[in-house]
Design a binder for this molecule. Structure first.
Ligand code: AKB
Length: 312
């Protein structure tokens, strides 16, 4: 059996992607790697291998066995944390990607997935319905690493024929684990506070609109992209991907419909500047046309899905 290797499997996206792969291809077809195992019992049904993604030899030793057709390289330091230590963020984000691309170049794996982000955009890009091809002038080191990573991916495709595919994820909202170090994290944290009956102190302005996506959509997009025929993937940098878009105020209004009395206060910090440099919403026409992408969850469905899942 040719298997899937998920690197960074204990993170917010890694846990959800592991479950999506298990469901689509079987528990045995997935191996999960990270510095430490997560405590998600479902994800941990797949084999765990300890791996530091910056250790190129360790990764090569795993892939040399020839068991893996696809690697999902998810390791990254996100936007807000990256601003505290830009050099570490650059080192981690670049090294972990290039290690995988080098293995793919040497034929140790057939396909690579690597997540990019809406953080590739900056102040010069149009804010509403940000197009696929526009200014990429990020103001965070995370965004700089994502633009650079996209170019590395395209380089390995053009120069060595590496089948590498990527998505520019919006803020991802899921119930299985808390994100860490991002600017969009508020839109996960707020659900926990709403269910605890506690007022939520938001670090963004009430009217700061950002592109967001429920995890179910994000995982479906990822698995569909990776299953699409190679000749339908025309873009080897990264595809714009749109779910929904909302402000903290709009999200709160939806939550209040389900939990009347829920309260939010606003104390913008440094993350507000990052959010202000990012798009309000994204145009993902290219992904729709080339490999049939279509989002299924709007903000109302996202709120219901999060509250139901967390209650259970
Ligand atoms: C972050 O907030 O840094 C991430 C992202 C949008 O890539 N969630």
């Amino acid at each position: 059996m040719r298997k899937h290797l998920v690197i960074g499997a204990s993170g917010q996206l890694g846990i959800e992607l592991t479950l999506g792969l298990q469901e689509r291809y079987g528990i045995e077809s997935v191996t999960i790697c990270d510095l430490r195992k997560s405590d998600d019992e479902l994800a941990n049904r797949s084999e765990f291998v300890e791996l530091d993604s910056t250790d190129s030899k360790a990764l090569r030793d795993i892939l040399k066995k020839g068991e893996y057709s696809t690697v999902y390289q998810l390791v990254a330091m996100l936007s807000a944390k990256g601003e505290i230590n830009p050099v570490s963020a650059w080192d981690l984000n670049m090294k972990s990607l290039i290690n995988v691309l080098e293995c793919a170049k040497d034929g140790l794996v057939e396909k690579v997935f690597w997540p990019s982000s809406i953080a590739v955009f900056g102040p010069e890009a149009p804010k509403d319905g940000t197009p696929q091809d526009t200014f990429c002038d990020p103001t965070t080191i995370y965004g700089v690493s994502k633009v650079s990573g996209e170019l590395w991916c395209n380089y390995y495709f053009e120069k060595y024929g590496v089948d590498v595919r990527s998505l520019r994820y919006p803020g991802l909202i899921g119930h299985r684990s808390l994100p860490g170090g991002g600017t969009t994290d508020y839109a996960v944290d707020v659900f926990y506070k709403a269910l605890e009956g506690v007022e939520f102190d938001c670090y963004l302005n009430p009217d700061e609109a950002l592109p967001m996506m429920h995890m179910d959509d994000a995982i479906r997009a990822t698995l569909d992209l990776m299953a699409a025929p190679a000749d339908s993937i025309k873009l080897r940098t990264s595809y714009n991907l749109s779910g929904c878009s909302f402000t903290p105020k709009e999200l709160t209004e939806e939550i209040v419909r389900v939990i009347p009395g829920f309260k939010i206060s606003y104390n913008p910090d440094h993350r507000q500047n990052i959010a202000a440099s990012w798009p309000n919403s994204i145009d993902d026409t290219t992904a729709r046309e080339e490999w049939g992408w279509k989002s299924e969850l709007g903000v109302k469905e996202l709120v219901e899905a999060m509250l139901n899942a967390l209650r259970n």
